[in-house]
Design a protein around this ligand. Structure first.
Ligand code: 5RP
Length: 220
């Protein structure tokens, strides 16, 4: 039986096939992406121009491998964005932000032509919502947003001892009924004080590289 890290490695290696030479690619955040960065550095370092990163953590890892990191504002196009997910459904809608980098992830993903999600089979679900939905919130709006989330049927919990790369807090929302991910994403994102929520439904993944015991499935 393959370990979770072996499954992540299999998905990460498959993702290398989607990286165009000589391009600036988008890089997400998390343990699966960390493995992808290691593989990228080992096999393709001189063959890409560099990366746009979605977090300080990924930036540090890329720089440690001497992979150039570009400011998004200086980049016109990103052919592919490679990132993990906390949950992904059959429509390739996702919950992201377990690592707290959801806002920058959503920004880089919005520029990318193709979002390639790398995940092991434990992340693939029929209905989103068992994993709590992370929401980045401006600190002064914490109570307001929490009250509004309760009205929407959620149970928000403040992520302890955590500040995002943008200086904000995270509310992790349990128990949300997410039958219609696009609608729920829009509802939450319209609350004053919300920077963004970890539902990636309006901008879903284009390709899912799903690592199973039997191999990596390519789902579109
Ligand atoms: C970070 C994320 C990650 O993609 C998500 O949490 C998955 O992480 P991992 O690969 O460690 O399971 O959204 O903000």
């Amino acid at each position: 039986m393959l370990s979770p890290d072996q499954l992540k490695l299999a998905a990460a290696r498959k993702a290398l096939e989607f990286v165009p030479e000589d391009a600036i690619i988008g890089i997400g955040t998390g343990s699966t992406v960390n493995i992808f960065i290691e593989e990228l550095a080992a096999t393709m370092k001189g063959r890409i121009k560099g990366a746009v990163s979605s977090s300080e953590a990924s930036t540090a890892r890329l720089k440690a491998h001497h992979i150039p990191v570009f400011d998004l504002n200086s980049v016109d196009e990103i052919p592919v964005y490679i990132d993990g997910a906390d949950e992904i459904n059959h429509y390739l809608h996702m919950i992201k932000g377990g690592g707290g980098a959801l806002t920058r992830e959503k920004i880089v993903a919005a520029v990318a032509q193709e979002f390639i999600c790398i995940a092991d089979a434990s992340k693939y679900v029929d209905v989103l919502g068992k994993f709590p939905v992370p929401i980045e919130v401006i600190p002064m709006a914490r109570s307001l947003v929490a009250r509004e989330l309760v009205k929407l049927g959620g149970h928000p919990e403040l992520r302890q001892d955590f500040t995002t790369d943008n200086g904000n807090i995270i509310l992790d929302v349990y128990g949300m009924h997410i039958a219609k991910p696009v609608e729920v994403e829009e509802l939450i994102n319209h609350l004053p004080g919300v920077v963004t929520c970890g539902l990636f439904a309006r901008r879903r993944a284009d390709v899912l590289l799903l690592a199973r015991e039997s191999g990596v499935e390519v789902l579109r």
